[in-house]
Design a protein around this ligand. Structure first.
Ligand code: SF4
Length: 340
């Protein structure tokens, strides 16, 4: 089975002990069943030490964090004692795969790296070619292509190819945001009527930037208060940034029409690659396209309004908000109710 990834994926490498925001701090690390069985069956001092750090509850097993919310196996040099003693094969699924995400399609799987990892964020935010390519590597256990998909994979391929081409073409932000609305409607038709003869590239109305930004401001103001963030200050900060922009939008318009445009496209590419493919399961093409724009703009607003580096803001945003599947579902439900 083929594995496809954004072109920057092949350059990703965890920097381990040199990481300024280690993923072994601040997250509860769930242990999958197979790895847990291995830890339970292992003999010797190393396994005794691992077992002493495992806690179980109704939701499964995880490592009990120690002072500073650190994984108990993260040593003072920022390295993992499990890898040092037993090799990477002894890691649980999450530790082995982070920060990768996988999106199964019917004949292939899409893989990428997530913005919560600073190394991945630097790659995502320096992307210039907006394309995916076939990559080698094994597909992890538990990731299977979708059998008997009700939704044909060509809809995803056409949509994604069109969006990639549009971002590469350096069109205006208003053209890209207007295109997402058009593509959502196109994909619903394509799915209902096997509408392959009509190209997603057919002409559509390009809305003014102030109208589009005004709509997304209202989406963020209405939907973000219902989200939960690991860092409780983040949602109030996003809402304050959105209010600042609503009160005084001209500098943002200048940024999105100038130097900031490429950064915004990089965010849009990442969020679209990450969240569009699951439409193969739920057929929420239009909502997922609007979701990509909402996430991209809310993150851009925050960085722009606070004058903070986009990479740092992106890591905070992703770790605190985006990595929660409940938050993504809430945003999708909100967009469904509001527009469809
Ligand atoms: S956040 Fe990324 S670079 Fe840092 S330790 Fe985790 S995977 Fe490695």
């Amino acid at each position: 089975m083929k594995l496809y990834a954004p072109s920057y994926y092949k350059s990703f490498k965890c920097v381990g002990g040199d990481c300024e925001r280690s993923c072994c701090i601040g997250w509860e690390i769930d242990i999958d069943k197979k790895t847990l069985e291995g830890y339970r069956a292992g003999k010797g001092e190393v396994y005794d030490r691992i077992r002493a750090t495992v806690a179980t509850d109704a939701s499964g097993a995880h490592f009990r964090l120690v002072d500073g919310d650190r994984c108990p196996h993260l040593n003072p040099d920022g390295l993992c004692d499990i890898i040092i003693a037993l090799g990477e094969g002894a890691l649980c699924h999450i530790c082995r795969e982070h920060p990768r995400y996988y999106n199964p399609l019917s004949g292939s799987v899409e893989v990428g790296v997530g913005l919560a990892c600073p190394e991945a964020a630097r790659l995502i935010l320096s992307n210039c070619d907006f394309s995916v390519c076939e990559v080698g590597g094994a597909i992890p256990e538990g990731i299977y292509p979708i059998e008997d998909a009700e939704v044909p994979e060509w809809i995803y391929r056409e949509l994604f190819a069109y969006i990639s081409g549009m971002l590469r073409g350096g069109e205006s932000v208003e053209k890209n945001l207007s295109a997402l609305i058009h593509l959502g409607l196109w994909s619903d038709d394509a799915q209902c009527y096997s509408y392959r003869s009509v190209s997603p590239a057919d002409s559509f109305t390009i809305l003014p930037l102030d109208t589009l930004i005004g709509d997304y401001i209202s989406i963020i103001e209405e939907s973000f208060p219902s989200l939960e963030a690991l860092d409780g200050r983040l949602i109030p900060r996003i809402l304050a940034a959105t209010e600042n922009i609503a009160n005084s939008p001209d500098a943002l318009f200048r940024s999105l029409s100038g130097d900031g445009r490429l950064d915004f496209f990089r965010l849009l590419f990442y969020f679209t690659h990450r969240y569009l493919a699951p439409s193969m399961y739920d057929a929420r093409w239009a909502e997922r396209l609007l979701l990509s724009a909402t996430l991209s703009l809310s993150l851009y607003f925050l960085s722009f309004s606070e004058g903070a580096p986009l990479v740092d803001t992106a890591v905070d945003f992703s770790a605190s908000i985006e990595y929660s599947s409940e938050n993504i579902e809430r945003l999708l439900d909100y967009l469904s109710e509001r527009f469809f």
